[in-house]
Design a protein around this ligand. Structure first.
Ligand code: NAD
Length: 275
């Protein structure tokens, strides 16, 4: 028996990274999953692999019309929607005083407005289905500051706020709403070398134990080295680990939990270590 048998969950930003792992795990646990993203080719390839319990829909989370169409497509495919994982997000690096308004608003539009529109479009469907869950993807920068990601951090704090308010407003409708707050997770967002190794490679990957042979391997090694130092557990997190937390918050194991942000960061935010 799966932990999500009989459930229909829409996961945004599910063509790659954490959303992809959430889609994979949720299908494994018995759910029917709507894989939503703007990366159509990657999304279609993923659902082909996952089989009939996964469908792809093109959904730009910042567009209200896209949400309405995605909900309709989900209901047409599986009859209902009773779970939502608001996972899609974008990151931009800039000092606050150097951030163009357009860039700031782009991040707000996807990360913050996207989560708002998702709750607005899907919560009534979850209620109609008899109750269910929403998991919002915030970040450790949603509970503390981080220099040079001001727009991003502001939106992630907003997501924690939206999570609390939605939990209060939706509890009586049988909907639990929680947030995951990942630290550094090894995806294209934190490690762009994963995205297109060819773009950063100086040549063919011929690395060995002796050392990295390409620019992308060197970049990955630098990222790994950085998090070995910064994170008490000594490594960057894996998308699969965040997926397991999203699963916990989407299934009956968390039946008495709502309105909470859950930090998953290898201990990074636990405090300062002098050693
Ligand atoms: P990622 O870049 O691999 O995945 C993000 C996904 O969101 C992509 O598939 C992308 O196409 C999709 N997306 C972007 N804009 C979209 C839009 N307008 N509509 C629909 N989909 C859109 O990175 P990830 O690490 O898997 O990120 C997943 C979530 O986790 C994001 O919300 C991110 O902010 C958050 N997060 C990531 C980290 C990290 O270190 N990787 C840390 C904390 C929080």
């Amino acid at each position: 028996m799966g932990k999500l048998d009989g459930r229909v969950v829409l996961v945004t930003g599910a063509a790659r990274g954490q959303g992809e792992q959430e889609a994979r795990l949720f299908v494994e646990e018995g759910a029917e999953v709507v894989v939503a993203d703007v990366l159509d080719e990657q999304g279609e390839t993923l659902v082909k692999e996952l089989g009939p319990r996964a469908r792809y829909v093109h959904l730009d989370v910042s567009r209200e019309g896209d949400w309405a169409a995605a909900v309709e497509a989900a209901k047409e495919a599986y009859g209902k929607v009773d779970g939502l994982v608001n996972n899609a997000g974008i990151l931009r690096f800039n000092a606050l005083v150097d951030t163009p308004l357009d860039e700031f608003m782009q991040v707000v539009q996807v990360n913050q407005v996207g989560v708002f529109l998702g709750i607005k479009a899907v919560a009534p469907e979850i209620e109609a289905a008899g109750g269910g869950t929403v998991v919002n993807t915030a970040s450790y920068t949603g509970v503390t500051g981080m220099a040079y990601v001001g727009a991003y951090s502001a939106t992630k704090h907003a997501i924690v706020g939206l999570t609390r308010v939605a939990a209060l407003e939706l509890a009586a409708k049988g909907i639990r709403v929680n947030a995951v707050c990942p630290g550094a997770i090894d995806t294209a967002m934190s490690n762009p070398a994963l995205l297109d190794p060819a773009a950063t490679d100086a040549g063919p990957a011929t690395g060995s134990a002796a050392g990295p042979a390409s620019a992308s391997e060197a970049a990955s090694d630098a990222v790994a080295g950085l998090y070995r130092k910064l994170v008490p557990l000594g490594r960057i997190g894996r998308a699969e680990e965040v997926a397991r937390l999203a699963l916990f918050l989407s299934c009956e194991d968390s039946s008495y939990i709502t309105g909470q942000p859950f930090v998953i960061d290898g201990g990074w935010l636990a405090g300062v270590s002098a050693m």
